[in-house]
Design a binder for this molecule. Structure first.
Ligand SMILES: Nc1ncnc2c1ncn2[C@@H]1O[C@H](COP(=O)(O)OP(=O)(O)OP(=O)(O)O)[C@@H](O)[C@H]1O
Length: 605
């Protein structure tokens, strides 16, 4: 009983899955889908009409039927021969349109899911990239949803009609023909599953192979790849991965080929046996000559239909696996941080009144191995409104992680952050984000024009040319833009016509301009001067002081010349704040900060 319930449940969930797939693939083009279906119904019935009409023509001739009737039947038969040649290309063209629209619909569905990933909780997990790769590769399958399901339904109609025709001659022959295809159907389903498993197992090697190809042909790491002669090294790595991946695919293909050939033979035997039986019956006078013509014509059609039908359900099954994977990926695309109930979030203040405070904050990355030390531990700190707090510490101390918590990319694993005395999670996320600006250590280099690279800092709002220029001036990016052939309209990617690339420091100035564009209450500057020359750093330093007036600023830097401008400095060591105070206080303390400062300053004496 429970097995029946389990099966019913599986059938129901599969039906829901395909219905969802159909909605995704067809919802945008119902008219086109209906047109394709109508054409499919016509082209599926023609192969059934054809043997029937042939049988009637042959019988009419043999039994001395009227010339008008025979001519009409013959014309109908000829039409069933000609029509597919006319209709199939039309159907294929409609299929391609449906295919293209479905592909667009799947891409939009994935983009929409990406938009729901408002934090880094899922994105920074290594498994996410495999899942994303698999979901993207589902797109081409899902776009074939219409074609595959219709093809299967069409083949089903054709085969059923032909089997009914054959059953009119001999039910046993019809049953034998139908049954001969069942083992292949079952085997194909199994093979689809194996193929799917292989594909799923290989998504990581596939990504690695893709990486090898891109690395040797792209600008990323181009210098190191050449100086260290890594081209050959990556080629060998690629070949190793390819051999392993292809070996598995090849083994699977050969097995599938053997299975298909075996079952094909079984089916051929059933066809030949049926022919022998029908011919024998006609010889004995129990069937008419027209029936033999009908059988011969019907099995020609059946051969294609049954063989197709033995494959298509397997492909539809495979499609189901891809659909499941796609929806699993997009359904799981939900915020990983706590959010207030819809429309109940507090609007973020235009300027902080008290500022942000960290209370007993601890953090461990979700993908951290069990038992590993938290990245941040017992962090207690206040970032008072209208002041700049610098965070310093060794590589890996947890500075950028602290910034991720501050910018709600993650929730702390323990403790809490408050803004003006309220938990960060009480605020409307969009308004919190809209009131945050700054530049990140791994800032983006968008393949857009210089102006657009700055303008996107306004988010959904539209930045005016004056605002863009003002932000560029503040970040020292105006002098960069002045050197570009088309000023703010210059595309910043070499692969575009008229595009240029910038130096690391020039890109950083542009990213800073982007971060300063909005009138933010909280400004985060994570290594904003790392790539800047001394003069640019000094000018930006002066600008920051003016720009940050009245805002809550956080500055992460290894450059103590920049750090000393901060109102207070937090020294992080292994995820713990070990010192806090102004530059003067901390020098007087003569502790960790003083040592780091001395180490850097001493080099210039
Ligand atoms: N997404 C992540 N998943 C797991 N661990 C991470 C992740 N990002 C960073 N870490 C780990 O957290 C620790 C702190 O990294 P973080 O980037 O905060 O350091 P940092 O102080 O900013 O260092 P740096 O000065 O080098 O920029 C490091 O050990 C790093 O390996």
């Amino acid at each position: 009983m429970s097995a029946v319930r389990g099966l019913a449940g599986r059938v129901r969930s599969t039906a829901v899955l395909y219905a969802r797939g159909a909605r995704l693939a067809y919802a945008h083009r119902p008219g086109l889908a209906a047109g394709t279906l109508a054409l499919l119904a016509t082209t599926s019935l023609l192969p059934v009409l054809q043997p029937w009409l042939l049988g009637e023509v042959v019988d009419g001739l043999g039994q001395g039927g009227g010339p008008a009737t025979i001519t009409l039947l013959a014309a109908g038969y000829a039409l069933t021969l000609v029509l597919p040649a006319l209709l199939v290309p039309v159907r294929q063209s409609l299929d391609s349109s449906l295919d293209a629209h479905a592909l667009g619909a799947v891409d939009r569905h994935v983009l929409d899911a990406g938009g729901r990933l408002v934090d880094l909780t899922r994105i920074e997990r290594p498994a996410f990239h495999d899942e994303a790769q698999r979901a993207t590769s589902s797109a081409s399958w899902v776009s074939r949803f219409g074609i595959l399901t219709q093809q299967t339904a069409g083949q089903g109609v054709t085969v059923l009609g032909l089997l009914l025709l054959v059953a009119g001659l001999s039910p046993w022959v019809a049953v034998a023909l139908a049954v001969s295809v069942v083992p292949h159907l079952v085997a194909y389903r199994r093979m689809s599953w194996q193929q799917w498993q292989t594909m799923a197992d290989q998504s990581r090697p596939a990504r690695e192979m893709d990486y090898c190809v891109r690395l040797t042909t792209s600008a990323d790491g181009a210098k190191e790849v050449r100086v260290f002669g890594l081209g050959e090294w990556f080629l060998r790595r690629y070949q190793r991965l390819f051999r392993a991946a292809y070996g598995e695919v090849r083994r699977l293909r050969l097995r599938h080929l053997a299975v298909s050939a075996g079952f094909g033979l079984l089916h051929a035997l059933a066809l030949a046996g049926g022919f022998w039986y029908v011919a024998h019956q006609a010889g004995a006078g129990r069937l008419a000559v027209g029936d033999v013509a009908l059988y011969v014509n019907a099995v020609v059609q059946l051969e294609a239909g049954l063989f197709g039908l033995s494959m298509s359900p397997g492909m539809v099954f495979e499609l189901g696996l891809y659909l499941r994977q796609l929806f699993a990926f997009t359904d799981a695309a939900a915020p990983g941080i706590a959010l207030p109930p819809a429309a109940a979030g507090l609007p973020a203040p235009a300027r902080h009144h008290e500022g942000v405070d960290f209370t007993d904050v601890a953090f461990t990355y979700p993908n951290a191995s069990a038992g590993s030390e938290p990245i941040l531990r017992g962090v207690n700190a206040a970032l008072p409104a209208g002041t700049v707090t610098a965070v310093v510490g060794d590589n890996g101390a947890g500075k950028s992680t602290l910034v991720k918590l501050l910018t709600t990319m993650y929730d702390p694993t323990a403790g809490y952050l408050r803004l003006d005395g309220r938990p960060l999670s009480a605020y409307d996320l969009a308004s919190l984000r809209a009131s945050t600006g700054g530049v990140f250590q791994d800032f983006a280099r968008f393949a857009l024009t210089a102006g657009e690279n700055i303008a996107v800092g306004a988010g959904d709002a539209t930045a005016t040319p004056e605002q863009i220029r003002a932000a560029a001036r503040a970040a020292g990016a105006d002098s960069v833009v002045a050197t570009l052939p088309d000023d703010y309209d210059t595309p910043l990617i070499r692969t575009f016509d008229g595009g240029v690339d910038l130096s690391g420091g020039q890109w950083q100035k542009l990213a800073t301009a982007r971060g300063l564009l909005r009138d933010a209450a909280l400004v985060v500057l994570d290594e904003p001067t790392a790539a800047l020359d001394v003069d640019a750093e000094r000018r930006l330093f002066d600008t920051f002081r003016t720009l940050l007036a009245g805002r809550t600023g956080v500055l992460v830097s290894h450059r103590f010349s920049t750090v000393r401008m901060a109102d207070q400095i937090l020294v992080l060591e292994n995820g713990v704040v070990v010192e806090a105070g102004s530059h003067t206080d901390l020098l007087a303390l003569d502790g960790r900060y003083a040592a780091m400062f001395e180490m850097q300053a001493g080099r210039y004496r």
